[in-house]
Design a protein around this ligand. Structure first.
Ligand SMILES: N=C(N)NCCC[C@H](NC(=O)CCC(=O)O)C(=O)O
Length: 448
């Protein structure tokens, strides 16, 4: 049976703005308070989705969330009509209003961890929504994420959904941004690679000093248990705490894997040799030939990796077996990174081509090509069971670009977030979107 890796990209929501909300994420902090352009952000994302579809990849779309999140503000004590809740928050606690307006659900690599059916004990595709509990603005995503994923992957014969882990830092879980999977073919049993930043219960593990480690070992282990993964099919590895302190807030800022290949920075992990040997051995037992490309720090410094998002790229397998790397424009404008990439594709290794995309609106908040997509490996039968409304087609692309052009603003500043009209605009747009994507009622304003 044929199998595919389907990329579901997050559609940028109408409230995309630069709130400076993510301590430890250099781009988010340095672009705080700049005016954003939600329309451009959404169109840039759609352009990437269309390009992948045009190249022959199966591409899907994941809906944004309702913002401002009036329910979150009510839970913090603001009351009255929806408009009053927003105005009171703006007056008394602007940072809370900004957080409740974030369009951060666009970075769907953080939506959930996904294990394909070939790896799981019950032969279903498993999803665990990420609790994202390190940041308030992200911790409010998972209830809607669960409803949207449930509407996309509804068939219980093929898909199993788990609620987010307990919402405490000890089980901090950032989803697929700290998870990758190696395999010979997408439909065959693979090795799932979980990368954590610290241990919550074992003080022998080192931890970063300056910035938070968002993912814990215990959260990764819990997800592996929930998904019914076997010990032979998992590897846990610790991120190098010193790179977290240099702005690598998720492992997908310093490494990316696909098929049998791990592309990573030399300084990405602790105990690298041991970890690579374990990946090699476990994949070999599944008939695969694990390979890795380590980018030396004297060619690309961690700082260049963080600025350019070289590793926040999409590593895609083409029909001829070679791989394609989708990188953000910022890689081309960094001479060291661009030179490295020229050498990489000329070297005759597995990565043969690099394609560049302009994702500046998302990049300025620390979200590159890999953050914007959730990978779901599916066989033909499972793909046929996915809600067809969310699979990208030329017609859907046209409809969504028209929808964005009709509903989105082209400039948003902090002061605009207090405008109750923005909530109405967002709800009107999302109500239409749920019809376009055939999701049914998934948003609080549709179900409460
Ligand atoms: N690497 C992956 N997979 N995802 C990137 C997430 C970026 C996101 N930025 C933000 O949430 C910034 C929002 C703001 O400041 O307005 C975050 O830090 O969680």
């Amino acid at each position: 049976m044929k199998s595919f890796e389907v990329n579901f990209d997050g559609l940028v929501g109408p409230t995309h703005n630069y709130g400076g909300l993510s301590f430890g994420n250099v781009a988010s902090q340095s672009n705080s308070q700049q005016a954003s352009n939600p329309k451009e952000a959404a169109l840039q994302g759609l352009e990437k989705m269309k390009a992948l579809m045009d190249m022959g990849f199966v591409q899907g779309v994941l809906a944004p969330q309702e913002r401002p999140d009036v329910g979150a503000l009510r839970s913090l004590g603001f009351s009255g009509t929806d408009a009053q809740v927003i105005q009171r928050a703006a007056k008394e606690a602007m940072p809370l209003l900004v957080a409740s307006c974030s369009a951060s659900s666009m970075w769907v690599a953080n939506a959930a961890t996904v294990s394909p059916s070939a790896d799981t004990a019950d032969g279903r595709v498993h999803f665990t929504a990420a609790n994202l509990n390190c940041k308030f603005h992200r911790s409010i995503e998972h209830p809607t994420t669960s409803r949207v994923l449930g509407a996309m992957f509804a068939d219980q014969q093929h898909f199993a959904h788990h609620a987010a882990l307990p919402a405490v830092a000890q089980f901090g879980d950032e989803g697929a941004a700290n998870h990758t999977r190696f395999c010979r073919e997408y439909g065959e049993a693979g090795v799932e690679f979980f990368v954590y930043g610290r241990s919550a219960f074992d003080s022998r593990y080192p931890a970063p000093q300056k910035y938070p480690a968002r993912q814990t070992l215990e959260a990764s282990q819990a997800v592996a248990r929930l998904h019914g993964l076997s010990e032979e099919g998992v590897v846990f590895a610790q991120q190098n705490p010193s790179v977290i302190d240099q702005g690598v807030f998720h492992n997908d800022v310093i490494a990316v894997g696909n098929g049998e290949l791990l592309f990573h920075h030399q300084d990405a992990f602790l105990n690298t040799e041991q970890m690579l040997a374990e990946l090699h051995g476990k994949l070999a037992a599944r008939g695969g030939n694990f390979q890795s490309i380590s980018v030396p720090r004297d060619q690309v410094a961690v700082e260049d990796a963080v600025r350019s998002y070289l590793f926040n790229s999409q590593l895609l397998s083409r029909a001829d077996g070679s791989m394609l790397l989708i990188v953000p424009e910022e890689c081309r404008s960094n001479p060291r990174v661009w030179q490295y990439l020229q050498g990489l594709t000329a070297a005759g290794g597995p990565i043969r081509e690099v394609k560049v995309f302009d994702l500046k609106q998302s990049m300025q908040n620390g979200g590159g090509p890999a953050c914007l997509r959730l990978r779901v490996a599916l066989n033909e039968t499972e793909l046929a069971a996915v809600n067809p409304g969310v699979i990208m087609t030329p017609g859907l692309y046209d409809t969504l670009t028209r929808w964005v052009s009709k509903h989105y603003r082209d400039a948003l500043r902090e002061s605009d977030l207090a405008d109750p009209q923005l909530l109405l605009e967002c709800r009107t747009a999302l109500d239409e979107l749920t019809q376009i994507l055939k999701l049914g009622a998934v948003y609080p304003f549709q179900i409460n």
